[in-house]
Design a binder for this molecule. Structure first.
Ligand SMILES: Nc1ncnc2c1ncn2[C@@H]1O[C@H](COP(=O)(O)OP(=O)(O)OP(=O)(O)O)[C@@H](O)[C@H]1O
Length: 577
């Protein structure tokens, strides 16, 4: 349009004709900029949606994955790689959308610029032209110029590819820095729970010096990046200046010789530059897409991680749950040994043990003796490395996984409560039965505090999302975790150190009501406080991953050479008097 206007002025067109051209120019510019704005805002919205779907897909994968796979180093490697790919220049899925957007733009650029330029190479001089005009008008000069433009494009492509490869390589050096940055900022400085330790142990200096080193390293890397870019940018700038000079000479001299109009100078120079840029970038994007395939593979490999746990089809009989149930549930560990994924050491060795529904089984032993591991295997968070676990004589892998899990209520040592309402935390569902939640919290010893909460079951835990949210002491959290286990009302209730954080009164209440709380359920109970295990029908003593003793408190304590006797005496001596 600019070319047409200049030609119009040069050729003395009427004012009306010129105004028409101007109006068309302004309107088409305004129109296209409106379209661009609309598309940009759609693009931004859809990018947010994509981000949501992306995160959802990855989160759902983690939730559905075998618990054992979550710990697998390969899972961690893939997950970390995906984050790196995304942080590195928006690679992976993100590269696809960037490239699609850019390549569409460049493709339009190429088509338009070629169609606007072709006629330039078709205009030849007259045979009576002499000197430089004759040369400029000859097809050889046009071919030479075409080759020059092509060479410039190739150089641009080479520079882009090399710069981006080096850029990615240098950027990958910053991954460790970014990880540290995330760790210090998120885990330490921004996590208010860490504030106590930071102050007490005067860790500010430690963190500041680590952060300083991190920033210094980042500075060195950024400088490297800048030098790398400058080097290639200088190369392409020199070549582009040279080729532009040639283009101006070619087009200008053609105009001087009357082969093309003055306005056409603007059109040809503009469209040749457009072609050079668009073609170079289009080809660079293609190369980037090719390289990106490896990154995409990481994403699909992650989503395709198989669930390795065998999932059976048998339903779990609800024998003990029904009113006239015969309570004929029996769990048996038969020669079970277990190593954690990626670990060389056995955490459990040749464990054989039986217990029946309705029994109270206490598991005791020193730190690291395998008590929690035993529970994790029982709940099928892991499958044994060797041996079998049987429910009523059938290997537990043969049962439907979700159904099998549904028969256990467990309070782990490292249980988690979430920043939801109290009712939702206890019921672990969005909709819950208020009366049952209240009964569970009361049974778990949280009744008094619950009575003081103005919003009852709607009270938010913690202040992450709600100003009126309540903060809980360690013992109160443990009571709520216990309430959650009671609300589930599963036939097996497993408590791993359930009273570790409770005050003596609360602990006493839990024990004295324990039989009432547990009812006809099977209770497995891990505790370091041996006095609290006395009410259990039988006690299993673990030592270094093996079951070393089994029996009632009286029988075990009488065995003077046994591990239980040693553990009991170590604690009892403080209470003798
Ligand atoms: N996720 C894991 N990966 C590798 N090894 C683990 C893992 N969890 C536990 N272990 C190891 O297995 C062994 C048994 O741990 P477990 O947690 O079962 O002990 P515990 O008897 O419950 O101890 P505590 O009384 O301290 O709770 C320990 O040596 C521990 O280091």
């Amino acid at each position: 349009m600019s070319a047409l206007i200049i030609d119009g002025i040069a050729e003395g067109e009427t004012f009306r004709q010129l105004i028409t051209l101007l109006v068309i120019t302004v309107l088409s510019q305004a129109g296209s900029s409106l379209v661009i704005r609309y598309m940009t805002s759609r693009y931004n919205t859809m990018r947010l949606e994509l981000n949501y779907h992306y995160e959802m897909a990855l989160s759902l994968k983690i939730i559905e994955m075998d618990y054992a796979s979550i710990e697998d180093p390969e899972t961690h490697r893939l997950r970390q790689k995906m984050d790196e790919v995304r942080n590195l220049n928006d690679g992976g899925i993100w590269r696809l959308i960037h490239s699609f957007q850019d390549m569409t733009k460049y493709l339009f650029g190429i088509v338009f610029s070629v169609s606007l330029t072709l006629s330039l190479f078709a205009t030849h001089g007259h045979s009576d032209m002499t000197g430089i005009y004759r040369w400029v008008g000859s097809p050889y000069f046009a071919i030479l110029l075409g080759l020059g433009i092509l060479a410039n494009v190739m150089l641009g492509m080479y520079a882009n590819a090399t710069t981006s490869q080096k850029f990615l390589r240098i950027l990958s050096e910053t991954i460790q820095i970014n990880r540290l940055f995330g760790y210090y900022m998120t885990n330490y400085l921004n996590a208010y729970h860490a504030g106590k330790d930071i102050r007490i142990y005067n860790q500010q200096k430690l963190i500041a010096s680590e952060a300083r080193t991190m920033f210094d390293n980042a500075g060195v890397t950024l400088n490297k990046m800048a030098r790398n870019e400058v080097k290639y940018a200088t190369m392409t700038t020199i070549s582009t200046v040279l080729i532009s000079t040639l283009i101006y000479l070619f087009v200008g001299l053609k105009a001087l010789a009357g082969m093309i109009s003055v306005g056409a100078i603007v059109r040809y120079v503009g469209s040749i530059n457009e072609f050079t840029g668009a073609f170079t970038n289009f080809m660079s994007q293609l190369a980037l897409l090719r390289e990106n395939n490896a990154n995409l593979k990481v994403y699909f490999d992650y989503l395709a991680l198989p669930s390795q746990m065998y999932q059976g089809t048998l339903p779990v009989e609800k024998r003990a749950m029904c009113l006239d149930g015969d309570n004929e549930y029996e769990i048996e560990f038969r020669n079970v040994s277990f190593k954690y994924p990626g670990s060389e050491e056995y955490s459990l060795r040749n464990l054989s043990l039986k217990f029946r529904v309705g029994e109270r089984l206490a598991v005791v032993g020193m730190n690291g003796s395998g008590k929690t591991t035993f529970i994790k295997l029982l709940c099928r968070l892991y499958d044994p490395t060797e041996g079998d676990i049987l429910l009523n004589g059938i290997n537990i892998t043969k049962y439907q996984y979700a159904e099998y899990m549904s028969i256990f209520s467990v309070v782990f040592q490292d249980f988690k409560l979430f920043s939801f309402g109290l009712g939702q935390n206890v019921a672990a569902t969005v909709d819950y039965d208020k009366a049952s939640v209240e009964a569970a919290v009361t049974e778990a010893g949280f009744g008094e505090r619950y009575g003081q909460l103005p919003d009852g079951t709607e009270t938010y835990l913690y202040k992450d999302f709600e100003e009126r949210g309540i903060e809980l002491s360690g013992g109160e959290e443990q009571k709520l975790a216990l309430a959650r286990a009671l609300y589930k009302d599963a036939p097996f209730i497993i408590l791993d150190e359930p009273t570790a954080a409770l005050d003596p009164v609360a602990e006493f209440e839990i024990y004295s009501k324990f039989n009432e709380i547990v009812g006809g359920k099977t209770a497995i109970y891990i505790s370091h406080r041996l006095s609290s295990c006395r009410f259990c029908d039988n006690i299993a003593v673990f030592h270094e991953g093996a079951l070393v003793q089994r029996g009632s408190h009286e029988a075990l304590v009488a065995d003077a050479d046994g591990k239980y006797h040693e553990l009991w005496n170590a604690q009892a001596q403080y209470y003798v008097d």
